[in-house]
Structures are given as structure tokens and as C-alpha cells.
Design a protein around this ligand. Structure first.
Ligand code: MN
Length: 213
């Protein structure tokens, strides 16, 4: 028998028949319809990327942590302390949870307030920051992520991470991440990664990103 006790932070705490608690990761709910980000990201890409790729990472993670020291750990702790298959699936779960909650059909424009000030302090202008992040994403060889991250003092940086990498492993806080794995853009842009990156700014939910700063 499995009893659902609570749902918080995208985790369900389950109890097995020996009354031991089991953390179970779940798909985050999307705050938009699967076709709402078109034409920047198609319904088909969302359905595959969110519904299949992310779901598979989550299923793999739930299966892999059973019987390990990570069985009851939160996602960020697993990403910071694991390696191998557990790291890959935990990293991709964390990465995509941030990614899919960074978009809105009413997104775009520019950040405001403290985040805007920090971007201007680091890169001179929002336009220049965009250019730098796009260049980092287009120039990352193979599969990976480019991140806007902050350190403990609020200073910003652009972090290029291969494969399942996330800036939390460097003690940084991820604010915004662009997925440059081919599965993120190939159906809509084929080999034109740079075109995908230049379009994606139109759907960024800056309220969500500012909330992480
Ligand atoms: Mn992806």
C-alpha cells in the first residue's frame, strides 16, 4: 500500500508498506497550454520534450534512487552530491523543472528592478547580455545548457554546462537556463540552434526569472 502524505516542491512523499517514507519526483504542472508558446516552441516539441523526455528523466531518477542514500533527498541535494546515472537524471530533472517554468505566452520584453540593474552592471545593457548568452549557447559543443546564474552576493554570470550540468554544483543559483540539446529545438528549427536561441527571448517569463534572483 502506498499512501500519499503531501505534495510540495514537485515531490510526493509516499509511505511504503513498511511505513518508510519514499520521495517521489513528479512532472511539474505547466502554467500554459502545450500550444501556447507557438510559434517559438511548437506543441509537438512541448509534448515530446516535457511529456516524454522530462517524464523519462523523472521516472529514471525515481527508480535509480531506490535503496541509495538519495532515496529521501531533495532534488538539489541529489544534483550536488551524486554522479553517474543518478546525477544525469537528477540534473536533467532539475534543469527542465527550471526551464519549463521560465516561459509564458505573454513573455518577452526585458527584466525589471534589481535583476535588470545587475544585468546592466555586468554586461552594460540587456541587449549585450542577450548577445553573450546566445553566443555561449550557439558555441556550446554537443548537448548541454547555458545558464544565467548568481552567486551568494547576487553577482551574475553566464555558465556553460555540458550534458546535465547545473550551476548549483558550483555553488551558484540558476536563474534562467537555455536547453541546447537537439531535442529542445530540432523539430522546429532543425540544425539552426542560433535561430532557436534568438527566438526564445520572446517567451521568457521575466516575473518567474526575477523571482529566482
Ligand atoms: Mn531537454
Amino acid at each position: 500500500m502506498v499512501v500519499i502524505n503531501a505534495t510540495a516542491n514537485n515531490n510526493e512523499i509516499l509511505t511504503n508498506n513498511k511505513n518508510e517514507k519514499i520521495m517521489k519526483f513528479e512532472l511539474p504542472k505547466l502554467p500554459y497550454a502545450t500550444n501556447a508558446l507557438e510559434p517559438v516552441i511548437s506543441k509537438q516539441t512541448i509534448e515530446l520534450h516535457y511529456g516524454k523526455h522530462l517524464q523519462t528523466y523523472i521516472n529514471n531518477l525515481n527508480n535509480l534512487v531506490v535503496g541509495t542514500k538519495f532515496e529521501n533527498a531533495d532534488l538539489e541535494t541529489i544534483v550536488k552530491e551524486s554522479d553517474g546515472a543518478i546525477f544525469n537524471n537528477a540534473g536533467q530533472t532539475l534543469n527542465h523543472n527550471i526551464y519549463f517554468l521560465s516561459f509564458s505566452p505573454n513573455g518577452g520584453g526585458e527584466p525589471k528592478g534589481k535583476l535588470a540593474e545587475a544585468i546592466n552592471a555586468k554586461w552594460g545593457s540587456f541587449e549585450n547580455f542577450k548577445k553573450e548568452l546566445n553566443t555561449a549557447g550557439a558555441g556550446l559543443f554537443g548537448s548541454g545548457w547555458v545558464w544565467l546564474a548568481k552567486d551568494a552576493s547576487g553577482k551574475l554570470s553566464i555558465e556553460k554546462e555540458p550534458n546535465a550540468g547545473n550551476p548549483v554544483t558550483k555553488g551558484l543559483t540558476p536563474l534562467l537556463g537555455f536547453d541546447v540539446w537537439e531535442h529542445a529545438y530540432y523539430l522546429d528549427y532543425q540544425n539552426r540552434r542560433a535561430d532557436h536561441l534568438s527566438e526564445i527571448w520572446k517567451i521568457i517569463d521575466w516575473n518567474a526569472v526575477e523571482g529566482r534572483y
